[in-house]
Design a binder for this molecule. Sequence first.
Ligand SMILES: NC(=O)c1ccc[n+]([C@@H]2O[C@H](COP(=O)([O-])OP(=O)(O)OC[C@H]3O[C@@H](n4cnc5c(N)ncnc54)[C@H](OP(=O)(O)O)[C@@H]3O)[C@@H](O)[C@H]2O)c1
Length: 319
Amino acid sequence: MSGPRIGVVGATGAVGTITLELLAERGYDVRAFASARSAGSRLPFGDDEIVVEEATPEALSAGDVDLFLFSVGTGASRELVPIASAAGAICIDKSSAYRLVDGYPLVVPEVNAHRALEALERDRIVANPNCCTIPLTCVLKPLHDVVPLKRVYVATYQSVSGAGAQRMEQLRAEPSADHNLVMDWSWEGDESDEESKLRAETRKILELPDLAISATCVRVPVLVGHSEAIWVEFEEPLSPGDATAILTDAPSVRVLRIPEVPTPKDAAGGDEVLVGRIRKDEGSVNGLALFLSCDNLRKGAALNAIQIADVLLAGVAAA
Ligand SMILES: NC(=O)c1ccc[n+]([C@@H]2O[C@H](COP(=O)([O-])OP(=O)(O)OC[C@H]3O[C@@H](n4cnc5c(N)ncnc54)[C@H](OP(=O)(O)O)[C@@H]3O)[C@@H](O)[C@H]2O)c1
């Protein structure tokens, strides 16, 4: 097989499974890595299977992989990404390890693809944002380009797959045990780390360091698909009709009109951010309210990272 060789680290996980599926569809030459626990196991890869290798420092620094997609958690990323990067590979990391570190691009290709290329001048490491930040910025950016944002409030309804493969298994095995709303995040004082990440990552991607943005993040008993209720205040008036027209032309966004509304069930398995309920926010000046749903494992994680990979590989080819 010709073309770049891609290493998927965390291939047995919730995000890794979808990453393999998307790479097989695109015909990439792939190697699969996970922890010692999974080494030697076989995973579906298109019509074939792929054998999982242990992600040892030796394997990641062998120099025979052009680009690694990491979905292993923050601690493992901090340990493994520098090893692969030092061996010359491009690394796209889906954990929180690099997202807010100065000098590391945090990329949603529809919003700031140009930032990804900066990594080629440094250590070739690009961070993939949180699964709620990605669809939020896909919607906010095209609106902000027309009328500047003043204030954003977000309430999330996040599926259990956002917490990994094990939590998906739990919900499948015992659906009634999980029929609750949970806030299973780490706490930073009165705010969860999920809420502060959503604020900080959105500010970094949109390059609006002072954007007033507040979130309440909640996990719901849904298998796949995160949803967000969003209230946006603009510097000047923007009508629901104009916002609908702007978002209809926005990349990776599909606008739904009443009686159609975005749901995680409809978003799951798809590549688009579904946006609807676009209406005037009667509680604010120059405000709009919207609702979105997005597949957190695809555009919220695996697909976004592969789109970043495509930008970087094209950049390398053009150099
Ligand atoms: N789920 C989402 O919607 C989502 C969205 C955006 C970003 N992310 C981020 O993506 C990462 C993975 O999430 P996930 O939901 O896919 O988790 P997951 O289902 O728990 O999968 C974790 C994966 O990491 C592997 N792993 C763990 N420690 C490792 C180590 N030391 N060396 C090599 N492999 C190791 C596991 O391998 P074994 O099977 O061998 O244990 C497994 O393949 C996290 O940082 C998460 O924050 C997730």
